[in-house]
Ligand binder design. Structure first.
Ligand code: FAD
Length: 532
């Protein structure tokens, strides 16, 4: 049986990076991978600046790869609003985008050139005990031992299972990925976040005039017969004209890849001799694109040494704000209940009014500002502002008065001709493809109503989005829901402060997990365990 300083289970991006980081600091490493083709799936392609830095320092200069593209920040297109909001990274160093399989193969290329790493391919780890593991390879079973076993084996981690930690996985939505070739985005180098469809749409350049479109489809809209019609009718009309035709064509030809978006907050990093990192420790909705950045951070912190308690404390500090931001932003941007719309509009107003808030948001998104206190205060401020602006409306003056549709319910035509849509179409060279009417018949199944067309009569019933089930659009209900959130946030922050005084890291993680769970539970979205 071979013996190593560390044995890493999983040569995905985080495991491969972890192997390099340890070997470059003098450790003898075994890296085991069950399926070399697993990286050819829809997964992380956007790297925030700290991740690009970490790769460069490890001798993987991905920014020089011809398949990569610079990532300068984000541009958000609020639903029904005319001007987009730009959230740039502070001037350099930038982030980057690169096809997921290329990121992994570049890392594995560096791994095989590193003499201190034994890269054991087609090796599926079966059992893990304190400092030993067994794996199967070509029908035979082998064993090895190591001073430390690191689980970088993703969401279905076998190392996690061996620790008896909860393994249940929650799917919050599906991500549909489409790669469009020979097109470009209105704002080169920026991630485009488009709101107004049933779930947010994220688009970014992927090198060589290719654009990746990621459409988030809530689980309750993911129906087998109507998926493609839903994409054509509810997502395509929001895209810039220059991309719309190519997107519809790709959807009709089924050139789409799908991934489940799962959420599992980090509550444990395992033990000193069986450590969990990357997605094995926890994962979030990809909208904030933090999975790789946090995973590389885990690997670096572990490789730099120090005792396990210090590692856990450091990672808890570094990850709780990005984790809460990922959970909170997805809720606020994907939920169509009145209180979330109100919060979302407050976020837009704050972003438009204050460059400092924009800078802080981007620093938090990029995992550069990881202060949970600052995030808590920012969130509390936003909720308080949303309450303050909802109260006068509750008194009958404005869009939240009873019986009127939410702004999201603006008629399709008006939104389509807004200046925002024109800006999006700035580079369009004219599209000849006739898109289906908002309420027209679908090519495969029953007609679908475009969400912006629903309730668009202006006087009829309020917009009935599936996520709005059980929530009332009465103004008093909106105010009550917002006040409840404010109270919930204040209670959470005070709990966190008390737990921090006792220096109980596990307690802190539990409070954070409870906060995250409360956030999720406040969404009346059917969440089901992952498909088998
Ligand atoms: C649709 C989508 C979009 C995303 N977009 C982004 C983004 O833009 N930016 C970002 O930062 N993050 C993004 N993420 C998240 C990101 O992809 C993950 O955080 C990242 O891939 C986690 O890497 P990992 O190495 O921890 O796990 P994985 O990538 O899951 O790798 C685990 C590896 O372990 C191997 N393995 C598993 N079990 C065993 C075993 N028993 N024995 C041996 N090997 C095993 C697997 O084959 C695999 O190679 C996205 C995720 C999704 C689903």
């Amino acid at each position: 049986m071979g013996h190593y300083d560390v044995a890493i289970v999983g040569a995905g991006p985080v495991g491969s990076f972890c192997a390099l980081a340890h070997a470059q600091r003098g450790a003898r490493v075994a890296l085991l991978e069950a399926n070399l083709k697993a990286s050819r799936r829809l997964a992380g392609e956007w790297l925030h600046p700290p991740a690009v830095d970490a790769l460069r320092n490890a001798g993987v200069p991905l920014q020089d790869h011809p398949g990569s593209s610079v990532g300068k920040g984000f541009v958000v297109f609020p639903e029904g609003e005319e001007r987009p909001i730009s959230l740039p990274y502070r001037a350099g160093p930038f982030g980057l985008t690169c096809d997921h399989a290329t990121i992994v193969s570049e890392l594995r290329g560096a791994v095989v050139n590193e003499p201190a790493i034994d890269f054991i391919c087609s090796a599926r780890v079966r059992t893990v005990e304190a400092r030993e593991l067994t794996f199967s390879q070509q029908g035979a079973t082998h064993a090895l031992s190591a001073g430390r076993i690191i689980g970088a084996d993703g969401r279905a981690s076998v190392v996690r299972q061996s620790l008896g930690l909860p393994t249940r996985r929650m799917t919050c939505s599906r991500m549909v990925g489409v790669l469009l070739k020979g097109v470009s985005l209105p704002f080169a180098g920026y991630g485009h976040v488009i709101l107004g469809a049933p779930g947010p749409i994220l688009m970014y350049d992927l090198g060589g005039r290719s654009v990746r479109v990621m459409a988030d489809v809530p689980v309750e809209r993911w129906e087998p017969q109507n998926r493609m019609a839903l994409l054509e009718q509810c997502y395509a009309p929001l895209l810039p004209l220059a991309l719309r035709e190519a997107f519809v064509e790709a959807v009709r030809e089924r050139r789409v890849v799908v991934a489940a978006n799962e959420i599992r907050p980090r509550t444990s990093y395992g033990t000193a001799d069986r450590v969990l990192i990357g997605d094995a420790a926890g994962n979030y909705h990809p909208m904030t694109a933090v999975g790789l950045t946090l995973g590389f951070g885990d690997a670096l912190a572990l490789a730099e040494g120090g005792d396990f308690e210090a590692f856990v404390a450091g990672r808890t500090r570094a990850t709780r704000a990005p984790e809460l931001l990922a959970l909170g932003l997805y809720e606020v941007f994907a939920d169509h209940r009145a209180e979330s719309v109100s919060l979302r509009q407050t976020v837009y107003r704050r972003w438009r009014a204050s460059p400092a808030v924009r800078t802080r948001t981007v620093a938090m998104l990029a995992c550069e500002d990881t202060s949970a206190g600052r995030l808590g205060v920012t969130l509390a401020g936003l909720v308080a502002r949303a309450v303050a602006s909802a109260i006068p409306r509750a008194l009958g003056r404005g869009t939240f008065s009873e019986g009127k549709p939410l702004p999201l319910a603006r008629p399709c035509g008006r939104v389509g001709s807004s200046a925002g849509a024109e800006l999006l179409s700035a580079r369009a060279e004219g599209s000849s493809l006739a898109l289906p009417q908002a309420e027209g018949s679908s090519s495969e199944g029953k007609p679908l109503a475009h969400p912006r067309a629903e309730g668009s009569s202006g006087e009829g019933k309020p917009l009935a989005h599936p996520r709005a089930e059980g929530s009332s659009h009465r103004p008093s209900a909106t105010v009550r829901a917002l006040v409840l959130r404010l109270a919930w946030l204040a209670r959470g922050i005070s709990l966190l402060r008390n737990v921090r005084k006792t220096k109980d890291r596990n307690g802190e993680a539990l409070v954070l997990a409870a906060l995250a769970r409360a956030f999720l539970r406040s969404m009346p979205v059917p969440r089901c365990p992952r498909d088998p």
